[in-house]
Design a protein. Structure first.
Length: 496
């Protein structure tokens, strides 16, 4: 990059020998100055960057101490560094650590299995009654959806099962991993705060569907799935105004003797059309239980017993099984869409597969760090915490992230890893950013955002064909001001 910044401009063909010597000396002086700046000369402001990117940083009015920055040519030297070894909260960029550790160790074709099992010889009788309990061995599938459970239950019906007496769910792959969904930010009903669970159905989230009724000038709310004991109270007012953007509706789940009431309030323009909100109202175990009961009933089955926790007997046999999409597909959801609970579940899976069962957050963190160390990644400051970046305690340095991205680039599973990143101006969390002719599609990125954190990391393809690793992390109460700087940084690299 120094050669790019210091190349002579066209038109120097007529220089004298003395001029060439002076220019050569000037280039050495400039190069030395930039290298010294990169090394951290006091008073330098984001050294090594072009004026427009420097000005974008100055426009944030943030101190240089708030920024950690690394730019490195893949297979080449580091071109820009600033506060690179400072331990920072990376927000959702931590998902890159979790997904890399899991992908590099478990492989892109790893799958999760969820199985219905019975005691040996237990089969439904002529009336479809299954003798003894039905066991469900939960495999920690982070992408087990409502329709997947429906297919599994349908397999039971096809095998002649009509009546289930007891359902015993074995969650022993994970330990005590449930958390208070309101502990992080006081928003316990937000889907991004969902706890992981060995049997997580549809991320444990309800869909609140609001359909417009223009004739009556009102919104009609529906709950999906329509579980018993759930209802909506309150009102979303109808407006004839032009749709200003995403609808704003407040929600508050309230536990009552009859179940859970979700109180809604807001005002939405009819021109916005049908919209959905995803909210938490039940714990993961309660949600899975109620969905099981509902789907089994819809399929014509009867359930006479209880749903309880327990262990699958060692000699149990599989009656019906579901296999998840591959890990390579899972990390695309985690990184492109920044799915928190999937990332948390993936970290626990890594701990369960390469550590001891039942896995916990602490044991899984230790496994991930050990795996990274075996790859030559010295990350003493690393605090993975829950693996999703939805944390006040998570820490990593820009230096460590850049080193990890370099190791990943030289790995056989690099294609699967980089394809999980959002593509600038195309999809994921950066689909609405960097949409210019020269930048759209040229960068694979992961973003992070918390109240006082903004981060971006990934790979950028320059116009020369060179590829660059970039990591930018800002920790400051005004971190939201950094977006234009990050965009200018990426755009500059696409021009190199």
């Amino acid at each position: 990059m120094l050669s790019v910044l210091l190349d002579e401009q066209p038109g120097g063909r007529g220089m004298t020998g003395r001029m060439k010597m002076r220019m050569s000396g000037l280039k050495r002086w400039l190069a030395g100055g930039l290298l010294a700046a990169v090394a951290g000369v006091a008073g330098a402001q984001v050294p090594g960057l072009p004026p427009n990117v420097v000005n974008a940083w100055k426009a944030t009015k943030l101190p240089d101490s708030a920024l950690s920055l690394v730019v490195q040519e893949v297979g080449g030297p580091r071109l820009v560094t600033l506060n690179a070894k400072e331990a920072r909260n990376p927000a959702s960029v931590m998902k890159l650590v979790t997904t890399w550790a899991a992908l590099s160790e478990l492989g892109p074709n790893y799958v999760w299995r969820t199985e219905f099992m019975t005691a040996p010889g237990a089969r439904p009788d002529a009336k479809g009654v299954l003798a003894g309990p039905l066991y469900l061995r939960a495999g920690g599938d982070p992408q087990f959806l409502l329709q997947d459970l429906w297919v599994l239950l349908r397999e039971l019906r096809l095998r002649g099962v009509k009546q289930i007496n007891d359902l015993v769910i074995d969650r022993s792959i994970f330990g005590q991993v449930a958390t208070d969904p309101g502990a992080f930010d006081g928003a316990p009903d937000r889907a991004y705060n969902a706890s992981p669970d060995a049997l997580m159905v549809g991320f444990g989230a309800l869909r609140l569907l609001f359909t417009p009724d223009p004739a009556a000038n009102k919104w009609v709310p529906l709950i999906d799935p329509p579980l018993p004991g759930l209802k909506i109270e309150g009102r979303v007012e109808w407006s004839e105004a032009r749709c200003p953007g995403a609808p704003v509706v407040t929600t508050e789940p309230v536990i009552t003797q009859q179940g859970v009431t979700i109180r809604v309030n807001g005002k939405v323009a009819g021109s916005c059309g049908e919209f959905s909100l995803y909210r938490l109202a039940l714990s993961q175990p309660d949600y899975a239980t109620e969905v099981f009961r509902m789907l089994w009933k819809e399929l014509g089955g009867t359930f006479k017993g209880q749903v309880r926790s327990g262990m699958v007997p060692p000699d149990a046999v599989v009656l019906a099984s579901h296999e998840s999409p591959t890990l390579a597909e899972a990390i695309r959801q985690i990184n492109k869409r920044s799915n928190n609970v999937m990332a948390r579940t993936l970290l626990l899976t890594l701990g369960a597969e390469r550590g001891r069962r039942p896995s916990t957050v602490a044991s899984s963190d230790a496994v991930a760090k050990e795996l990274l160390a075996r790859q030559g990644l010295d990350m003493p400051e690393l605090v993975i915490d829950n693996g999703a970046g939805l944390s006040r305690e998570a820490r990593v340095s820009a230096d460590s992230l850049a080193s990890m991205l370099t190791v990943a680039w030289n790995s056989p599973v690099m294609p699967e890893y980089i394809s999980s990143f959002a593509i600038a101006g195309v999809d994921g969390t950066v689909r609405r950013r960097l949409k210019g002719d020269g930048t759209a599609g040229m960068a694979h990125l992961k973003t992070g955002s918390l109240r006082d954190v903004r981060s971006i990391a990934g790979y950028v393809l320059g116009s020369s064909g060179k590829r660059y690793v970039v990591v930018s992390i800002v920790n400051h109460e005004q971190a939201g001001a950094v977006r234009a700087f990050d965009d200018a940084l990426i755009a500059w690299l696409t021009e190199q």
